[in-house]
Design a protein around this ligand. Structure first.
Ligand code: NZQ
Ligand code: ZN
Length: 393
């Protein structure tokens, strides 16, 4: 078991009507003037935004609104947010939405006091030293940003998608009302569950084989997400199943399922180039790549893939062939992705064949032109990245 440092400071307020606590929570964490940050239409249409505004007013908390965050959130919107915070004397950031809105808030938080351009933080050219506090009302279980230390932003100039991770990005509070996720379309629900499962799998598939408690938690998160999404797709207003998925989403990415493991993260790195370049949903991009990554790397630690096949996918173990069992597990996962409407190839994802030039460009960006590797189970070179993208095409 690897040494670890587990830090999950976010206050989670979970359940029906939990958004009614928002004004109180903002004040508890020192907010007097809030940037109320949200996405396109969903929070307006559902009435959630109006309820939040009324609640903040009743609590005597001033606010300025900034909507229009798009999936794969853009650095231009972040810069707009930073300007507003400076101009208006904002002291607290409140995200109403999913990973994209929360990540945009995190970027604003880092950029607010930083003297240079916020994008330099994502290029790892500098580190910010002072951050604004953030709270969120989560409307889609998926990215896990409500408890994570990460933020992923896309720069429209060059379509680069980069992350920046610091503990200061962990939300002060996360309000989660499963009822607020009833309005999610089936596709978004499935993309979210795929991302939740992948956050667990990125930590699960490692070289380490000796962290039983972490593995058992991870397998439970995976089995839960997998079984509950089927129920939710059949009945979108099934409160209990929506709630299981929502909590699984936070546990999958607050590092609990990574305690003691070195983790991998190659599929995420490879996917960020796909969603950066083709503006596709992150979860769907992960589903399109995972099977190819798994086949490419499984012999690095075949026992993990066997354990996954048996304990998560319910495959019967072939005691004569670990490879056969591992492959049956990968196939079962791909069949599951298809059953919830997810793609398992890039062609299914983008609706056309990807070109060799596009693959080369993604591999260049992902490897920083051959300078970096990604992944831990197997350290992937630029050539490995090209091979996996080609397997997934
Ligand atoms: O913009 P609106 O109209 O709100 O619509 C959103 C958006 O189109 C919609 N939606 C959200 N809640 C809804 C709803 N529609 C109906 N009813 C609701 N209750 O869903 C769409 C997707 O929203 P988005 O926030 O983009 O989804 P998600 O939470 O999956 O976030 C994806 C982003 O997070 C990044 C991804 O790369 C991607 O950019 N990630 C962030 C991570 C982190 N910060 O730790 C880790 C992840 O691995 C991931 O990379
Ligand atoms: Zn993810």
């Amino acid at each position: 078991m690897q040494d670890f440092n587990f830090y999950a400071p976010t206050q989670v307020v979970f359940g029906k009507n939990s958004e009614s606590k928002v004004g109180e929570l903002v004040k508890k964490y020192g907010g007097t003037k809030v940037l109320l940050h949200f996405g396109g239409q969903s929070a307006i249409k559902s009435g959630l935004l109006a309820e939040v505004e009324a609640n903040l007013k009743a609590a005597g908390v001033d606010f300025v609104k900034l909507g229009g965050v798009v999936p794969n959130p853009r650095v231009s919107k972040v810069r707009e947010g930073i300007d507003i915070c400076k101009r208006e004397g904002i002291d607290f950031l409140l995200a109403v939405g999913g990973g994209s809105v929360i990540d945009s808030c995190k970027a604003i938080s880092a950029g607010r006091y930083f003297e240079g351009d916020v994008w330099d933080l994502y290029l790892k050219k500098a580190r910010a030293t002072k951050y604004m506090p953030i709270g969120c009302i989560l409307t889609i279980p998926a990215a896990g940003s409500e408890m994570s230390d990460g933020s992923v932003i896309t720069n429209e100039e060059g379509w680069l998608k980069k992350d920046y991770c610091v503990n200061e990005f962990r939300c002060k509070f996360a309000i989660m009302n499963p009822e607020r996720t009833y309005s999610l379309p089936a596709w978004q629900t499935a993309c979210g569950v795929t991302d939740i499962m992948m956050h667990t799998m990125e930590r699960y598939f490692s070289k380490d084989d000796d962290m039983e408690v972490t593995d058992s938690i991870a397998e439970s998160v995976l089995r839960t997400a997998k079984s509950q999404v089927i129920k939710v797709l059949a009945n979108p207003t099934d409160y209990n199943s929506r709630a299981q998925i929502m909590w699984a989403g936070s546990l999958a990415h607050n590092d609990l399922t990574g305690c003691g493991t070195s983790g991998d993260w190659a599929t995420h790195n490879l996917e960020h180039e796909l969603s950066g370049m083709f503006d596709v949903s992150h979860g769907a991009g992960l589903a399109a790549l995972w099977g190819s990554w798994a086949r490419y790397t499984r012999n690095e630690n075949i026992s993990r893939f066997v354990r996954f096949a048996v304990n998560v996918m319910g495959v019967e173990q072939d005691f004569h062939s670990a490879e056969e069992t591992a492959e049956a597990g990968i196939k079962a996962m791909e069949a599951f992705y298809h059953s919830i409407g997810m793609p398992t190839s890039i062609k299914e994802l983008i609706g056309r064949d990807i070109t060799n030039a596009e693959i080369a460009e993604m591999a260049d960006k992902c490897s920083n032109y051959g300078q970096n590797t990604v992944g831990c189970l197997k350290k992937l070179s630029r050539e490995d990245m090209v091979n996996i993208y080609k397997m997934a095409r």
